[in-house]
Design a protein around this ligand. Structure first.
Ligand SMILES: [Zn+2]
Length: 387
């Protein structure tokens, strides 16, 4: 399953947290090496190519305690970056406007508890995955109060180590007043402060803002880089990663959307199959079995059976009173399903699906595999008393 937590492979540390973008990484490394870090950068690129990931990794490297051109991933600073709770690094992003918010108010403190919780949630998601998009309800623009806070906070805190860094995500969402305020900050950059802007739309920004930043153009990712990212980060099998990479147009987030929509619809299909197996309409069940087998696509059938098995395993885990990583809508279906069956029924069903997967390798007729699976599952969980 996509949402399952995996330990971070070593290949995903340091600059490798950012997919591809070798030219940009080299440019940033060289800036550090030659002590020529500019006071403002703007990372420009289409959605899903890693502008945010680059900015966040650059911020991490600039504050890493041992110094150097690559983050150590061990020091206190790197650990603070892991959760995006760093005293030197502040994130600026579109936020909802607070009730009665006045100029000069703290941009976060004016929000309701629910809104603050959703901001925290968005930051936590970004910390876990720099490619996560930030979704905060009613956050339509970057507020002038958020930009004003940059100057205030930069003046207030002079870090003992590292630099003050402000990462402005989706900079194109600044309105005219916020833009003008930022312009003033860029004209007289405070001390050791570094501003890192990211944007998908350079033309939506004031040209004077863009020209005062070092512009970093981020290209679309190559199919090879996407394929590697999908296998390494999302656990896709290589053949699927290959196809998805070809479909994604150089965007990692687009690739993941393709994967999850397919997985979601296939999962819905698996749940529907179980419903038919357990229901009274035998003819519909037989029709569904015939439809599923008609593609005659063994790898696809194997993935589908793994989904079905995964769903039953999740049901079993829930039935045992433990928690599972599942989407909210899945969880609801799972809970109504599990309440009706015993642990023994569910374990039997999981084993039966595993046998069907093994049967696929034996080159048995697909329709036969599925029909016997459906009948056995029905006997196991729908009519357990009859055996
Ligand atoms: Zn470090």
């Amino acid at each position: 399953m996509l949402s399952e937590e995996r330990p971070v492979p070593t290949r995903l540390r340091g600059w490798n947290r950012v997919i591809g973008q070798r030219r940009v990484k080299e440019l940033l490394r060289r800036a550090i090496q030659t002590d020529q870090v500019a006071h403002a950068y703007i990372f420009i690129g289409p959605e899903g190519v890693g502008t945010d990931a680059l900015a966040l990794e650059f911020a991490r490297v600039l504050n890493c305690e041992p110094g150097g051109t690559e983050a150590c991933d061990q020091c206190a600073s790197c650990r603070q970056m892991d959760i995006l709770q760093h005293s030197n690094v502040r994130l600026v992003m579109p936020l909802p406007v607070g009730k009665n918010e006045k100029q000069g108010d703290d941009p976060i403190e004016v929000l309701t508890d629910d809104q603050i919780a959703s901001v925290r949630g968005a930051i936590a998601a970004k910390a876990k995955d720099p490619y996560a998009s930030i979704e905060i309800p009613r956050a339509t623009s970057i507020k002038i109060n958020s930009i004003r806070a940059i100057k205030r906070e930069a003046a207030l805190s002079r870090p003992e180590r590292g630099r003050n860094i402000f990462v402005i995500l989706r900079a194109e969402e600044m309105g005219a007043d916020a833009s003008n305020s930022l312009l003033k900050t860029l004209e007289e950059p405070p001390g050791d402060t570094v501003l890192l802007l990211t944007t998908m739309d350079r033309d939506a920004l004031l040209p004077t803002i863009v020209s005062r930043c070092q512009q970093i153009q981020c290209e679309r990712l190559s199919d090879d880089d996407l394929e590697e990212a999908l296998t390494l980060r999302d656990g896709l099998e290589e053949s699927l990663a290959h196809v998805v990479a070809q479909m994604a147009g150089g965007s990692y987030t687009a690739a993941r959307d393709i994967v999850s929509s397919d997985v979601r619809s296939r999962r819905a299909e698996a749940v529907n199959f179980l419903r038919l197996v357990l229901g009274k309409q035998r003819i519909q069940m037989i029709q569904e079995v015939e439809r599923l087998a008609s593609d005659n696509d063994r790898p696809a059938m194997e993935r589908w059976l793994r989904l079905l098995g995964g769903w039953l395993r999740d049901a079993l885990v829930l039935r045992e009173g433990r928690s599972v990583h599942a989407a909210a809508e899945d969880l609801q279906a799972l809970q109504s399903f599990t309440s009706r069956f015993s642990v023994a029924d569910l374990s039997g069903a999981v084993l039966r699906v595993e046998r069907a997967i093994a049967d696929l390798d034996k080159n048995l007729y697909l329709l036969l595999i599925l029909t016997t699976l459906a009948m056995d599952l029905r006997r196991l969980i729908a009519e357990p008393g009859r055996e």
